[in-house]
Design a protein around this ligand. Structure first.
Ligand code: GLN
Length: 487
């Protein structure tokens, strides 16, 4: 069976439809690989019986002649999506042993499409982090170099795909958590326009920023998955947009001749490591060869996106996480003398350091006397950052640049320095704050042979254009086909 795990989602789907493979045999193969490579730390929960039952059901649908594009293909879900058939922890002790009575909308939509769930994937606690070291359970290792972090917060999702433990994974991006781990592990990932994918059942971190999206090895696979994920969910997510679902595969092959690619000068300053710069420059040259035109643009408030995000995201988190009080879900402290002590002990025991840090920052910036000085100012600058993009999109069709200033760093290297982690988010935060779609695709390799991603940012509802540009690039290059040695 070797080689089955090298097939893309599109290839697996075709072999399932033609009955060259059965969904049960594909699921078994990936479950076995997950077990062999358990030391990577990608999975937090698996359940063979549940997975095989879903696979058998998919085989029945195929036998009846159903030919939907994702039928029978396995996927694993970031453990921030609630699932009724698997436990959900959000990477936190607070939710250890928690089981949701329902599936998140994204999970339900992929199940309706016939995808088979392989399990739940490790992540930073409540999706807060850039390295996956904030998971309460275990770190995730980067298959390209086991001494390095895979990126975060969707590190388990990225590693499951990069190490071929799953052909695809769901993930979430609040400030870069799809794009940055995709970049650090040499895979492809896309975050749609804010509001295109339902947030129902996605454990909330910062509600005005959180967005779900797929991770896979190719842009074509991401297009297939995103088509199933997006769509209105008005009864269950009030910020879900009334924009119909779209088939993102239709435009994949459109030519990129004449495409105007905006290159923001602020993304290529001093902080960008030379190895990352070289890979990104080479990718931009490749686009020129394909007939695209490079246009210099400016996103003048790029630097401000860090303080703005690290005010707004903690503010929303401090409010969202108030629901974890020992009464409604998950962990409750054992010994306490009254209600207040129960709250305090429960939250002290259940949350990790980074989560506590953000609750404190968030509570502070929202408090009387500081609200105007911090939160309100941050909201104003957030609007200006969004306006800057609209100025830029007068000159270009898509924006391209690095995803992160460096390749994946060593495990432990920044774990005592939260600010160093925050600074590394500089190139992903602007699109998040503006609510724009963004993606990462493999652009080449940098220091230590580590993968480097190219970030593409589109205007609102520009997902099809991003996937088209990424697909054309992948047809001309083979970075996305390279695999970490031993996997
Ligand atoms: N690294 C950012 C943070 O720590 C983004 C995380 C995310 O997108 N979930 O908040």
């Amino acid at each position: 069976m070797s080689g089955l795990h090298d097939l893309t989602v599109a290839e697996l789907a075709a072999k399932l439809r033609s009955k060259d493979l059965s969904a049960v045999e594909v699921a078994r193969h990936f479950l076995a690989r997950g077990a062999v490579h358990e030391a990577l730390g990608a999975y937090l929960a698996t359940d063979e019986a549940v997975t095989l039952a879903q696979a058998a059901a998919a085989d029945q649908r195929i036998a009846k002649g159903e030919a939907t594009p994702l039928l029978g293909v396995p996927i694993a879900h970031k453990d921030i999506f609630v699932t009724k058939d698997f436990p959900t922890t959000a990477g936190s002790r607070m939710l250890e042993g928690y089981r949701s009575p329902f599936d998140a909308s994204v999970v339900a939509k992929l199940a309706q499409a016939g995808m088979v769930t392989l399990g739940k994937l490790n992540c930073d606690e409540y999706a807060m982090g850039s390295s996956n070291e904030n998971s309460a359970f275990k770190p995730v290792k980067n298959p390209w170099d086991l001494s390095r972090i895979p990126g975060g917060s969707s590190g388990g999702s990225a590693v499951a795909v990069a190490a071929r433990l799953a052909p695809a994974a769901t993930a979430t991006d609040t400030g870069g958590s799809i794009r940055q781990p995709a970049s650090f592990t040499g895979i492809t990932g896309i975050k749609p326009t804010y509001g295109r994918a339902s947030r129902y059942g996605m454990i909330a971190f910062a509600s005005s920023l959180d967005q779900a999206g797929p991770m896979a090895r190719t842009a074509e696979d991401c297009a297939l998955l995103l088509s199933a994920i997006c769509g209105p969910d008005p009864d269950r997510d009030s910020t879900s947009l009334d924009v119909p679902a779209e088939d993102f595969t239709l435009a994949l092959n459109a030519p990129v001749e004449g495409l105007r690619i905006g290159v923001p000068k602020e993304f290529f300053g001093e902080g960008l490591a030379p190895d990352v710069r070289a890979a990104v420059d080479a990718a931009l040259k490749e686009y020129q060869k394909l007939g695209a035109k490079l246009v210099e643009i400016s996103l003048p408030r790029t630097e401000l996106s860090i303080p703005v995000y690290y005010i707004i995201a903690p503010a929303e988190a401090s409010s969202n996480l108030s629901r974890f009080d020992g009464v409604k879900f998950g962990h409750r402290a054992k010994d306490y003398s009254d209600l207040l002590e129960m709250y305090k002990k429960t939250r002290a025991e259940g949350f990790g350091d980074e989560v506590k840090r953000r609750i404190m920052i968030g509570t502070y910036v929202l408090s009387h006397g500081y609200y105007d000085a911090y939160y309100l100012q941050a909201q104003k600058i957030r609007r200006m950052i969004a306006d800057d993009f609209q100025q830029a999109f007068k000159l270009c069709d898509v924006i391209a640049g690095p995803v992160a200033p460096t390749v994946a760093w060593k495990i432990g290297e920044k774990s005592d320095d939260p600010v160093a982690n925050y600074l590394a988010d500089i190139f992903t935060l602007p699109a998040s704050l503006a609510g724009l779609p963004g993606m990462s695709l493999p652009a080449g390799f940098g220091a230590g042979g580590m993968p480097v991603g190219l970030q593409l940012i589109g205007n609102y509802f520009g997902e099809a254009k991003l996937l088209n540009a990424a697909h054309r690039f992948q047809q001309a290059t083979d970075h996305h086909q390279r695999r970490p040695e031993g996997f």
